[in-house]
Design a binder for this molecule. Structure first.
Ligand SMILES: *Cc1c(COP(=O)(O)O)cnc(C)c1O
Length: 345
């Protein structure tokens, strides 16, 4: 049976064209600053986001950690959303490794944070708050795309008080596609922005931090401190550059697939969801009256894989290795499992 893997957009495998780009990559020792493919990637990424410079790092987690280490001295605080990836899925690395306390501003169901709450959380000395983090698209809040003005309202509060703004833009190109704008326009007010090549863009490895050249120079030291400086990393950077050049424009296809999936699932039994809450490639819904673990196990037997943020809250992610035809094939399998669980309970 055809396995349809909706666990994450990280499960994509490099395409033939991407593998060819990797095979052809010119490489050198990047720790010595001599890898031309890494340089090309960093320049292209910075230009795409509209910032001066960029730094290639092994993962999105390291991108956020390096960014926070570079924004904050020891004991200086960061503010991040209560549902943010930084606070929930990164082992609190900034606090554990960097002595940077991270305080939570409440995320609403669409991943927004209230500028007034941010203002009330900012402290001017001992401890001093140094950076406010935003996430776009918002992973745990249904892949919601925050608009430029929603981002700006928080950035303005931070900048008024002399703080910096970091955007965890792991899926910033999904946000731009959903809002029919450019990533650069969305993050115009941010000081630094990180994004992932290894999610919807389909590269095997890597993320980037973009920002002012002076910031990126300091970030480069912090990357090395964490063991994230690499050698002939042009082998993987060339895949990331290929992704930037070939896989950004097609993200709208994943969004169309997610919308189709959400609209269908919303009509199924034991499902609570608002299909209008699906902005991008991530579909979330809540199961009622049936066992979520049983649902996932039975669905896997039918060849459809998914995850969730809790037993009852299911997450399905569309990506470039899932076609529209596979979504059509997944829908009746999901319905059949839900109907059979109803009968059994
Ligand atoms: C995936 C993700 C990250 C971390 O990326 P990794 O490459 O998995 O370390 C950071 N932020 C958000 C919002 C993400 O979705």
């Amino acid at each position: 049976m055809d396995v349809i893997d909706l666990r994450s957009d990280t499960v994509t495998r490099p395409s033939a064209g991407m593998r060819e780009a990797m095979a052809r990559a010119e490489v050198g020792d990047d720790m010595l600053g001599e890898d031309p493919s890494v340089h090309a990637l960093e320049e292209a990424a910075a230009a795409r986001i509209g910032k001066e410079a960029a730094l290639y790092v092994p993962s999105g987690t390291m991108a956020n950690l390096v960014a926070l280490l570079t924004h904050c001295g020891r004991g200086e605080e960061a503010i991040a959303g209560s549902e943010s990836h930084i606070l929930n899925h990164e082992g609190m690395g900034a606090s554990v490794l960097g002595s940077i306390p991270v305080r939570a501003a409440r995320n609403d169901e669409r991943g927004r944070i209230d500028p007034a709450e941010v203002r009330s959380l900012i402290r001017d000395s001992w401890p001093k708050t140094s950076v406010v983090c935003l996430e776009n698209t918002h992973n745990r809040c249904g892949g919601a795309a925050l608009t430029a003005s929603e981002m700006r309202s928080v950035a303005d509060v931070a900048h008024e008080r002399g703080l910096s703004v970091h955007v965890d833009g792991a899926r910033i190109f999904n946000a731009a596609a959903a809002l029919e704008t450019t990533a650069a326009a969305l993050v115009a007010e941010a000081d630094t922005v990180s994004f992932c090549f290894s999610k919807g863009l389909g590269a095997p490895v890597g993320s980037v931090i973009t920002g002012p050249r002076e910031f990126i120079d300091r970030a480069r030291h912090n990357r090395r401190l964490l063991g994230g400086a690499m050698r002939q990393s042009g082998m993987i950077a060339s895949a990331a550059l290929y992704a930037l050049e070939h896989n950004v424009e097609r993200l709208a296809e994943d969004h169309a697939n997610a919308r189709r999936l959400a609209d269908a699932i919303a009509t199924m039994p034991h499902v609570r969801m608002d299909p209008a809450g699906t902005d991008t490639n991530i579909v979330f819904f809540t199961l009622e009256g049936v066992d979520g673990a049983e649902f996932r196990r039975r669905l896997a037997e039918e060849g459809v894989l998914c995850t969730g943020t809790s037993v009852q809250r299911v997450r399905m992610v569309c990506h470039m290795d899932v076609t529209a035809a596979q979504i059509e094939a997944a829908i009746p399998r999901i319905r059949a499992v839900l109907e059979s669980l109803t009968a059994a309970s």
